[in-house]
Design a protein around this ligand. Structure first.
Ligand code: AMP
Ligand code: MG
Length: 268
C-alpha cells in the first residue's frame, strides 16, 4: 500500500517548510465540487457513526492540533455535520486549572478518552504539554523531554485496549494566519474569537513550528498516526479529513448487532 501523502512518517523528521499549506493534490476539482464531495462524505460518516454506536465495540479518538486560527472549530463543525451528538463528544483542553496542574499532565486527558461506540474529538490535547509548554518553558526541558515517550506509550495503551486513534495537524501558513486574525478583528461576529494573546503566540511562530515538527515526528506511530493536513483552504482541509476518517471507519467492517429472535413478534 502506498503511504498517504500527508502522513507524518515515523522514520524521518517532519519538515513543515517542505509541505505546502495550499497543496491540493488529492482533489482535481474546485471549491464547489469539493463541497459536494464533503456533503456526500458527511452522509457516509453519519451512517458509519450510527453503526459504530449501535455495534458498541470500537472507540474512536480524533486529535486536532493547530496554530491559532488553524481551523479546529471549523473542522469539527463541518466534518461532523449530520452525526448524532449522542455518540460524538468534543473535549476542549484549555490552560490547565490549579487542580489539573497538581496532577500529572495526562490525568485530565485520560478521563475524556472515548468509551465503546463513541467518537471523541480532542480540540487541543495532551500535545499542548510538549507544544505551548515547551515554547514558553513552563516546565524544564528535563521534564517535557520525557513526555514524548509517555505520550507514545499512553496512546499505545489506548490502542491496545481497542481505541482507533487518528491525529490531524491543521497546517496553515503564517500569511493565512495573518488574514484570519485580521478578519477576526474586522468582523463584529468574529471579534469574540480574537485574543491579544494570539498575537503574542504569533511572535513565537518559528518556535511553534519546531515544536510541532519534533512532536509529530516522535509520536506518529502505526497505532496513532499523525497527518499534516494542508489547511489554508478550508474546504480542502475538510474534504481530506473526512475522507481519511470515512476510510478508516469503513476498514473496521462494522455491522448492526443481530436483533433478538423476532419470529412471530407482533406490535398491536
Ligand atoms: P483556545 O483553544 O483558543 O480556547 O485557547 C486555549 C488556550 O489554552 C491556548 O492558548 C492553549 O495554548 C492553552 N493550553 C491548552 N493546554 C495547555 C497546557 N497543557 N498548558 C498550557 N496552556 C495550555
Ligand atoms: Mg484561541
Amino acid at each position: 500500500m502506498t503511504e498517504h501523502p500527508y502522513l507524518v512518517s515515523p522514520d524521518r523528521t517532519l519538515d513543515l517548510a517542505g509541505r505546502d499549506p495550499r497543496d491540493r493534490r488529492l482533489f482535481a476539482g474546485g471549491k464547489r465540487e469539493g463541497r459536494d464531495q464533503i456533503r456526500a462524505l458527511n452522509g457516509r460518516l453519519e451512517t458509519l457513526q450510527e453503526t459504530l454506536y449501535a455495534e458498541g465495540r470500537h472507540k474512536i479518538l480524533i486529535v486536532l492540533q493547530a496554530m491559532d486560527t488553524g481551523g479546529k472549530d471549523g473542522t469539527i463543525r463541518h466534518v461532523f455535520e449530520g452525526t448524532n451528538p449522542q455518540g460524538v463528544k468534543v473535549a476542549s483542553f484549555k490552560k490547565p486549572t490549579p487542580k489539573e496542574l497538581a496532577h500529572d499532565y495526562l490525568w485530565r486527558v485520560h478521563r475524556h478518552t472515548p468509551g465503546r461506540g463513541e467518537i471523541t474529538i480532542f480540540n487541543r490535547s495532551h500535545y499542548e504539554d510538549v507544544l505551548v509548554v515547551r515554547v514558553h518553558g513552563l516546565v524544564s526541558p528535563e521534564v517535557w523531554g520525557k513526555r514524548y515517550r509517555h505520550i507514545v506509550e499512553f496512546e499505545r495503551l489506548l490502542a491496545e485496549e481497542g481505541t482507533v486513534i487518528l491525529k490531524f495537524f491543521l497546517h496553515i501558513s503564517k500569511e493565512e494566519q495573518k488574514e484570519r486574525l485580521q478578519a477576526r478583528l474586522d468582523t463584529p461576529h468574529k471579534q469574540w474569537k480574537f485574543s491579544r494573546g494570539d498575537l503574542a503566540e504569533r511572535a513565537h511562530w518559528d518556535a511553534y513550528v519546531e515544536a510541532y515538527e519534533v512532536a509529530l515526528s516522535k509520536t506518529s506511530k502505526p497505532w496513532a498516526p499523525w497527518y499534516a493536513i494542508p489547511a489554508d483552504r478550508k474546504w480542502y482541509r475538510n474534504l481530506v479529513i473526512s475522507r481519511i476518517l470515512v476510510e478508516r471507519l469503513e476498514a473496521l467492517e462494522m455491522s448492526y448487532p443481530d436483533p433478538e429472535d423476532l419470529d412471530g413478534v407482533v406490535v398491536d
